[in-house]
Ligand binder design. Sequence first.
Ligand code: F6R
Length: 255
Amino acid sequence: MAEIVIVRDADEAGEVAADAIERLISRKPDAVLGLATGSTPLTTWAALAKRRLDLSRVRGFALDEYVGLPEGHPESYRAVIDREVVEPLGLTPELIHVPGDSGPIETAGADYENAIHAAGGIDLQVLGLGRTGHIGFNEPGSSFASLTRIKTLTEQTRRDNARFFSSLDDVPTHCITQGLGTILRAHHLVLLAFGEAKAETVAGAVEGPLTSRLPGSVIQLHPRVTVIVDEAAGSRLDYADYYRFAWEHRLDWEK
Ligand code: F6R
């Protein structure tokens, strides 16, 4: 079963996620992190930055990238990762990869899969959850076996992300994203979600049927998942009391 952690707010969630990352890096200083963008992981990066760990050997693979933005666009995920993750955490830029960042776009998916494989796989993948139920940019209908590839964004996701652009028309229609199958290969998934607007989607991903209508439900197939939600995002979970009990009574070796 996934480990479900219900915390007070996004700041506390960031500390719990940062604990997991710090534990990994203390045992493996050149660990491979899977990096999500968007608003959700910001408190995780902030909590990690405060700890002033030496992260210079950490390697990273972004989950996804827009297709069609001019190079250097401030909302490209390459730029966002540089600004919000690489700089504050003191990561080494050459060790951080974004899908589509080298070679022709036609082979970018396969190239990215090969690069992840060559790095020994992703040790810990940070994930947010979109309102369409996507993880990465795997929109409804995505195959559970999918690998890194070009996808078309849904209207809902483009509207949700329009807050980062001047207008909806400026939001790209396409992206390149790790697939659900790529995400399943990571050793540990850490999925975060905050706010009432995500409560239904969180409940579907954690407790609902496994369905490509809600791509995040694929986490139920993974043997090691930590879901960290605030009270609002966890408010539709049927087994919330049980999850709280299990977290409070976790055994020493689970910490
Ligand atoms: C971002 C990503 C997306 C977001 C999701 C939630 O790299 O892959 O799945 O995690 O859209 O976005 P926020 O966190 O902005 O609510």
